[in-house]
Design a protein around this ligand. Structure first.
Ligand SMILES: [Zn+2]
Length: 490
């Protein structure tokens, strides 16, 4: 996600999948079939999710766990999705609640007693009659209904568009030695963690709407006053779509990749599409080919600057001009860092967010026509970070400048934004000056190829970068990540 804070304003500011998935990688993964009907009169949706769940761990399971992130929007979870300071922007028509209700769960065709757990029922616990062993599959069928909040957020409807993201039951990642990772929704950052899976999504919606999605379109047909569109997206760690009655669409090719720009209020839509196309081109050349056949860049009502999903990025209709280019370049870099190379965004947010923000600086270094130089970005980041330290020291007496901590341990949004984004840029810039630009770019390329479609830990990241740099970078990363690297701001 790209947060546009007051501090950031100061900044201004294909290869086929097999190519990078490589031989001998995990060949089996879970498959989701989602069927959803959206009723815009009641702002509800009826859904069914059939999951061919594949146990890719080394442990036998007695149960399965799923995140129900949509319940973060419920009354019970009041406050989960945004800070009080963002409430007006999130709920322009007053507080509104939504969520997901599970009506039945079947395992291999047999109804089971499931339970809802965690804060605000954000977890679904499904018991298994017989253990699921490693490399075994099981069929899980979940029927559910959604109530959409009137909210400019990942899940919700606003004035111009309806966002369907993080709305369906998605399997918790199982980590050997830790079990199912059950971290809940929090307003800081993007609190998500999932494995790549294959998806088929069939969504029915009133015929006045246009669907923006980042999948391969399989079929579309009219059904009375409803349109049903089916699309697939394989080897992705999440799926999302946006509906709007007002969408216009521009498309452009970047090699074999089609970039679709859905928008309703952009004074220079071709300029935004050009920025998106340049981003796909630059990151493909720099890090490795974009992994899918298309990318949807979608303008929508969204409280922050933008939000990344595999094959789809949301761009807030509140950003324009230079900010819009920055957000587009940032969100598209996430296709590489988060989308293909994944990580636990709750506990190790820096892995994708810091690298994505630094990749954005590299984008502007490549394209001087935006009149934002790499050095301006670095200088801006340094100035902003020092300003943040100064203000926070004055207010709080001290500042926690560590980057590697769970999202719930960042006390405020500025603390999160400045340590993860701003300090993150400065860390990678320092790394570049120490190991050289050529080595850094070669390392990023190798990192993308080696860890494609996996989840990386901080330890794996540091070990890989050390091996490619030809020197032990453990101390370097440790001192930045744990906050030891200090800045003099007086
Ligand atoms: Zn981001």
């Amino acid at each position: 996600m790209k947060k546009l804070s007051i501090f950031f304003v100061c900044l201004i500011f294909i290869a086929p999948i097999l190519f990078i998935s490589g031989c001998g990688e995990k060949s089996q993964r879970s498959a989701y079939q989602l069927v959803l009907t959206y009723d815009d009169q009641t702002q509800t949706a009826q859904g069914a999710c059939v999951i061919d769940y594949f146990n890719n761990s080394e442990n036998a399971f007695d149960n399965l766990m799923f995140h129900l992130y949509a319940n973060a929007f419920s009354q019970q979870a009041d406050g989960s999705v945004c800070k009080p300071s963002n409430e007006d922007k999130t709920y322009p028509n007053g507080k509104s609640y939504g969520g997901i209700e599970i009506s039945s769960v079947k395992i291999d065709g047999n109804a089971v007693d499931f339970s809802l757990e965690g804060e605000a029922d954000m977890l679904l616990d499904v018991p298994l009659q017989t253990q699921l062993f490693p490399d075994e599959k099981i069929k899980v069928e979940i029927d559910f209904s959604l109530t959409l909040p009137n909210a400019n957020h990942r899940f919700g409807y606003g004035e111009n568009a309806v966002n369907f993201a993080n709305f369906y039951p998605i399997a918790c990642v199982y980590e050997d030695g830790k079990g199912f990772m059950q971290d809940g929704y929090i307003s800081n950052g993007d609190p998500f963690f999932s494995e790549v899976s294959d998806y088929t999504v069939s969504v029915s919606y009133p015929q006045e709407y246009i669907l923006a999605c980042g999948g391969d379109s399989l079929k579309t047909h009219q059904n009375g006053k409803f349109i049903t569109s089916t699309f697939s997206a394989n080897n992705v760690r999440d799926v999302s779509f946006v509906l709007s009655k007002n969408f216009k669409k521009l498309s452009q090719k970047c090699g074999d990749v089609t970039i679709d720009y859905f928008y309703y209020a952009d004074e220079d839509p071709q300029g935004s599409l050009d920025t998106a196309t340049k981003a796909v081109k630059f990151y493909s050349e720099s890090f490795g080919e974009y992994a899918y056949s298309n990318l949807a860049v979608v303008q929508t009502n969204f409280v922050h600057g933008g939000m990344e999903y595999p094959r789809l990025v949301m761009i807030s209709d509140t950003v324009s001009g230079e900010d819009c280019d920055y957000v587009i370049a940032h969100e598209i870099a996430h296709q590489w860092w988060y989308g293909v190379v994944g990580n636990d965004e709750y506990n190790e947010a820096w892995l994708d967010e810091s690298l994505t923000e630094y990749s954005t600086a590299l984008f502007f270094e490549k394209y001087p026509e935006y009149n934002l130089t790499y050095q301006q970005i670095i200088n801006g980041a340094e100035g902003n970070y020092k300003f943040f330290l100064q203000i926070y020291t004055k207010i709080e007496g001290e500042v926690d400048s560590s980057m590697l901590r769970p999202l719930d341990e960042f006390a405020t949004e500025p603390e999160y934004v400045h340590n993860i984004y701003t300090r993150g840029i400065l860390m990678f810039d320092t790394l570049r000056s120490q190991i050289g630009a050529k080595k850094l770019m070669a390392t990023l390329k190798g990192y993308y190829k080696k860890f494609a479609y996996q989840n990386v830990s901080s330890e794996e990241f540091v070990a890989y970068f050390s091996s490619k740099a030809g020197r032990n970078l453990e101390k370097f990363f440790d001192s930045w990540l744990n906050g030891e690297v200090k800045f003099v701001y007086a």
